[in-house]
Design a binder for this molecule. Structure first.
Ligand SMILES: [Zn+2]
Length: 58
């Protein structure tokens, strides 16, 4: 069973998510690539903290 997790922003399940901050709360959020692109634009709070990938362990 492959683990898909939901984007913290749009709630769509995504196998790849980016760990980012996008507001003044300094909370790390895991978002899908679509939201990462959207949230990074013209955003002084945007910070990138790495990529999360759903692992497929045998
Ligand atoms: Zn999303």
């Amino acid at each position: 069973m492959v683990k898909f997790k939901n984007c913290d922003y749009c709630s769509q399940s995504s196998q790849i998510r980016y760990r980012i901050q996008y507001d003044s709360s300094n909370q790390w959020q895991l978002v899908c690539p679509t939201c990462q692109t959207h949230l990074s634009q013209d955003n002084p709070y945007y910070r990138y903290g790495g990529t999360w990938k759903g692992s497929r362990k045998a």
